[in-house]
Ligand binder design. Structure first.
Ligand code: HXC
Length: 257
């Protein structure tokens, strides 16, 4: 494969990207970032793919940005290269993206999981933004997405002290959609991904777009945008198929176009 730091495979209509730097607990170096983005973009534009899973190992989803790579850097090169901004591109992937998280999801690892549309966590998952202990702060959206996900009090505590949160607290706090036994993580993530991928792809993309608008606008503007996206569903073959199938009492056969 063209990739050094990730493994990529397809199961049915689901694309799976596995972070694979076990020697560094999947720390996110520049190469890994480029590879994840390339793989995600390829799946995103593939009509045969309806959902993408991003996962790591049992021990670590990702233990953060690569500290050894960052340590010698200075302000000017970080700024001029706009370091970390490449990850913003992942948030622009329009196919639903599921993070299947086991073990450490720290710093950039937690931020990467939060860039995904939903997180399914193994019981051993641990989330945190420990950057402050290294003399830095989050740089891949953590201070923003964590605050939106779990609220100011807990986000402030985590970002200011670096304390981590286990899977159960993460579910209770609204950071993760579901906690599952570690041995079932991939099966459960795949079942969720397959359920999404069995829907109409354009309609799932519209649904994702609609939910994401909630993070960017006022309620009135968001409801307005949702209505326009809802109306546009009626321009698709899949709306006809979905509704006619219901009336005919049969499962829908979506074209995904
Ligand atoms: C580079 C890392 C790494 C990282 C772990 N490793 N995390 N390398 N960058 N973020 C490496 C270790 O150096 C070690 O390599 C190997 O992975 C195994 O890690 P250990 O520490 O030996 O494992 P363990 O004792 O089980 O501890 C696991 C851990 C710890 C608690 C997750 O590794 C840890 O605290 N890692 C750093 C977590 C962190 O601070 N993340 C935030 C980074 S900053 P060797 O070669 O020694 O075997 C960030 C935001 C950037 O993400 C934005 C701000 C600029």
């Amino acid at each position: 494969s063209e990739f050094e730091t990730i493994l990529v495979k397809q199961e049915g209509r689901v694309g799976i990207i596995t972070l694979n730097r076990p020697e560094a607990l999947n720390a996110l170096n520049v190469r890994l970032g480029t590879e994840v983005l390339a793989a995600a973009r390829a799946f995103d534009t593939d009509p045969g793919i309806g959902a993408i899973i991003l996962t790591g190992s049992e021990r670590a989803f990702a233990a953060g940005a690569d500290i050894k790579e960052m340590a010698p850097r200075g302000f000017a090169d970080m700024y001029v290269e706009d370091f970390f901004s490449g990850w913003d591109e992942l948030a622009r992937v329009r196919t639903p993206l599921i993070a299947a998280v086991a073990g450490h999801a720290l710093g950039g690892g937690c931020e990467l999981a939060m860039i995904c549309d939903l997180i399914i966590a193994a019981e051993n998952a641990r989330f945190g933004q420990p950057e402050i202990k290294l003399g830095v702060i989050p740089g891949m959206g953590g201070s923003q997405r964590l605050t939106r996900a779990i609220g100011k009090a807990k986000a402030m505590e985590m970002v200011l002290t670096g304390r981590t949160m286990g899977a159960e607290e993460a579910e209770r706090s609204g950071l993760v959609a579901r906690v599952v036994p570690a041995a079932e993580l991939m099966d459960q993530a795949l079942a969720t991904a397959e359920a999404i991928a069995s829907m109409s792809k354009p309609i799932a993309m519209l649904a994702k777009e609609a939910v994401n608008i909630a993070f960017e606008t006022s309620l009135a503007e968001g409801v307005h945008a949702e209505r326009r996206l809802n109306h546009s569903c009626f321009a698709t073959e899949d709306q006809k198929e979905g509704m006619v199938a219901f009336i005919d009492k049969r499962p829908p056969n979506f074209s995904h176009k």
